[in-house]
Write a protein of this length. Structure first.
Length: 185
């Protein structure tokens, strides 16, 4: 089986994701097994719609206001601080829950198993990025061909210490020469 996105051949038919691009291959395996016919169980009836999920999240945040705000108020009263944190917490949770529910009603789909707006945007941008990636190719030819290089000629190899005249080869040589000079004088 080959990945329909990047063309990578998979090691076995039981592979769940492409080893190169990460594309989920479970639906592809089902299509191959049914001879290209779409399976009737592709609609996921067990999942709830993004709209319903968003409404539940918004309601949860809204109701969380009635739990978190009293706790924050008790902490603020115990520490004898200004009640600004209580007001901020109540506004964020109360308004945040309502805004989440409004967003779910206005922008999210009501069909079960469908992707949310954000998931659709992410999947389309990922698919676009995969299409824009160049296929693996060899690097371009170098400007100097390998035949222009030749092996070093035989003969005496020079030590790097010999390249600088009138300087000792190492610290020990320098110390030894200084000791010899001291003994001679």
């Amino acid at each position: 089986m080959h990945c329909p996105v990047c063309g990578q051949q998979q090691m076995s038919g039981e592979t769940r994701f492409c080893s190169r691009c990460g594309f989920p291959l479970t639906g592809v395996a089902e299509l191959i097994a049914t001879g290209g016919a779409a399976a009737t169980s592709s609609v996921q009836t067990g999942k709830e719609s993004p709209r319903k999920r968003g409404l539940k999240q918004g309601l949860f945040v809204f109701l969380l206001t009635f739990l978190i705000v009293p706790i924050v108020a008790m902490i603020i009263m115990a520490l004898k601080l200004e009640p600004v944190a209580v007001a901020i917490t109540s506004v964020i949770l109360f308004v945040g829950g309502i805004l989440r529910m409004i967003y779910a009603l206005m922008f999210e789909s009501g069909t079960p198993g469908e992707l949310t707006l954000e998931e659709r945007l992410l999947s389309s941008s990922k698919a676009k990025a995969l299409k824009e990636q160049p296929q693996a190719t060899l690097p371009p030819q170098r400007s100097v061909p390998a035949s222009a290089y030749s092996a070093p000629t035989g003969g005496s190899w020079r030590d790097t210490n010999e390249l600088v005249p009138n300087q000792p080869a190492s610290v020990t040589d320098n110390t030894t020469k200084l000791l010899h000079e001291d003994q001679e004088s």
